[in-house]
Design a protein around this ligand. Structure first.
Ligand code: NAD
Length: 507
């Protein structure tokens, strides 16, 4: 068998020399080893060598982090600092991350297997989000009511909710923590952050940036560790006021159930099975490019992956053939090569799961028009771009999140049918509609039950635009102008002036 994926070992060695490899926990403003002394080794999904070692937090480390976050909130000064002061600090963090962008991007690439050019783009996007949050820190405000009568004034103020547990997944390590932490900080909250045990490097490195920017100690504490030992207690501990979680729907449900015992506020960004709907009058070249991008971006390990391609019967044959041809040309390879479009899958176990989804689709009667299994490589785990054609909406491959480079194609005859298929799964994160006709594009977009619907584009984003899911794709929204307000409690101040009408005057 020919080796499909070749890796440049010299470039790997040079790259490794430029980034930190050992990462400690960040608690109370200092980097410390785990109390147990244990560590987690991260193997590069592409190169098969250890690229990072994280301290493995346990119960005692979590206790110290929660104490630090609680003290930083309860004693201040962070929650009572002015919006302008918090804003200045968030801007400084953005500047420092930008100055070290290459190191942050390289860590995410080495640990997750994503292409370096993509990781650089994610870092630039993350920096932009920190700046957007810095702006919101100065614009967080409540409401007032002077319509309650001559002797009354109603004020609705926003106060930081308290200590926030931030739990993130492995697929966009630095981008996702940046969709949460700067907004929590803008609101005046303190936080305990747990990145995925597979991609903790860039989040731990953020600790040094926060310290350098002058964040008071204890305001942010960062723990690498496993879900059961650290993540789960972060959802149940009474010292935590809110949980902001991004991850799988399965773990999200468990986290929500666990948090119910102490009724924490929950923000949940979960899985997706996102349809890309192509009508015959679409710009088919643009739709094809977006469909391929949507299916294979980040090796399909993306909550927003356009994993369901719904194509109108009139163009289905031609579009599917073109999709398969384009898929064959997607450059899969060494993530450190700037030309690579698709890198490695996160772990051998995950690769086996993705292959299992495709095998199941074959058993269900779908046609594997391209790929379907792993690529031969010198090291690591890579999967072929895979096209499942002839799928029915009832099949598991058309309903379950696969989280790999797998596009499932289905056909439809009318807008009604497309909408029914699009809305016929448990998820509702995002979707796209392709048509040059305004009524078709906008009319269909309005009927889709998803948090984001693109027309004639796919997976565009902006810090100004809220992001989140309907139904089992999540609860709440991130980004947008309410993102900092989400980390607050509303408090009513009911003010009275002048004589008060008595309830009861004894005679
Ligand atoms: P995951 O649910 O396995 O893990 C997410 C995080 O939760 C990790 O840090 C993990 O250690 C932690 N965790 C595990 N068990 C826990 C528990 N019992 N209590 C608390 N925390 C626990 O998800 P993953 O495999 O890391 O990421 C992939 C999933 O994330 C996909 O389903 C994807 O769709 C979803 N995702 C969603 C979005 C979004 O914005 N909607 C973005 C990215 C990823």
């Amino acid at each position: 068998m020919t080796i499909a994926i070749r890796l440049n070992r010299t470039r790997l060695a040079e790259t490794l020399a430029g980034v930190p490899k050992a990462h400690e926990l960040f608690i109370g403003g200092r980097f410390v080893p785990a109390g147990s002394g244990r560590t987690i080794e991260r193997t590069s999904p592409a190169h098969g060598v250890t690229v990072s070692t994280y301290a493995e937090a346990g119960a005692a480390d979590l206790d110290a982090a929660l104490e630090a976050a609680r003290a930083a909130f309860d004693r201040g000064p962070w929650p009572s600092m002015t919006g302008a002061e918090r804003s200045r600090l968030l801007h400084k963090v953005a500047d420092l991350v930008e100055a070290r962008l290459e190191v942050f991007a390289t860590l995410d690439t080495l640990e997750s297997g994503k292409p370096i050019s993509q990781a650089r783009g994610e870092m630039a996007g993350a920096v932009d989000i920190w700046r957007y949050a810095a702006g919101l820190a100065r614009d967080l405000h409540g409401e007032s009511y002077s319509t309650l009568g001559a002797s009354k004034l109603g004020l609705v103020v926003r106060e930081p909710i308290g200590v926030v547990s931030i739990i993130t997944p492995w697929n966009f390590p630095f981008l996702i923590v940046s969709q949460k932490l700067p907004f929590a900080l803008a609101a005046g909250c303190t936080a305990v952050v747990k990145p995925s045990e597979m991609t903790s490097g860039s989040t731990l490195l953020l600790g040094s940036v926060l310290a350098e920017a002058g964040l008071p100690e204890g305001v942010v504490n960062i723990l690498s560790g496993y879900g059961a030992e650290v993540g789960a207690p972060m959802t149940t501990d009474p010292r935590v006021d809110m949980v902001s979680f991004t991850g799988s729907t399965r773990v999200g449900k468990a986290a929500m159930a666990a948090a119910a015992a102490t009724l924490k506020k929950m923000s949940m960004e979960l899985g997706g099975k996102n349809p890309q709907i192509v009508f015959p009058d679409a710009d088919l070249d643009a739709a094809l490019d977006a469909a391929v991008f949507g299916a294979y971006f980040n090796a399909g390990e993306c909550c927003n992956a356009g994993s369901r391609l719904l194509v109108h019967r009139d163009i289905a044959g031609q579009f599917e053939a073109a999709f398969v041809e384009r898929s064959k040309k997607v450059v899969i390879g060494d993530p450190l090569d700037p030309q690579t479009l698709v890198g490695a899958l996160i772990s051998p176990q995950h690769l086996a799961l993705v292959e299992g989804h495709v095998a199941h689709a074959r058993t269900d009667g779908a046609d594997i028009a391209l790929g379907g299994s792993r690529l031969d490589s010198e090291a690591g785990q890579f999967m072929a771009a895979t096209v499942v054609a002839g799928a029915l909406p009832s099949m598991a491959i058309a309903r379950d999140e696969v989280f790999g480079p797998v596009a499932t194609i289905m056909r439809f005859s009318s807008a009604d049918e497309a909408v029914a298929i699009a809305n016929g799964v448990d998820y509702g994160l995002s979707a796209s509609v392709w048509s040059r006709d305004f009524d078709t594009a906008v009319g269909t977009a309005k009927r889709i039950r998803a948090g984001t619907v693109w027309t004639n584009t796919f997976m565009d984003g902006a810090a100004e635009l809220p992001f989140g899911g309907f139904r089992q794709s999540g609860v709440g929204r991130e980004l947008g102008r309410h993102a900092a307000a989400d980390y607050t409690e509303e408090k009513t101040l009911h003010l009275h002036c002048g004589p008060r009408t008595a309830w009861w005057l004894p005679r």
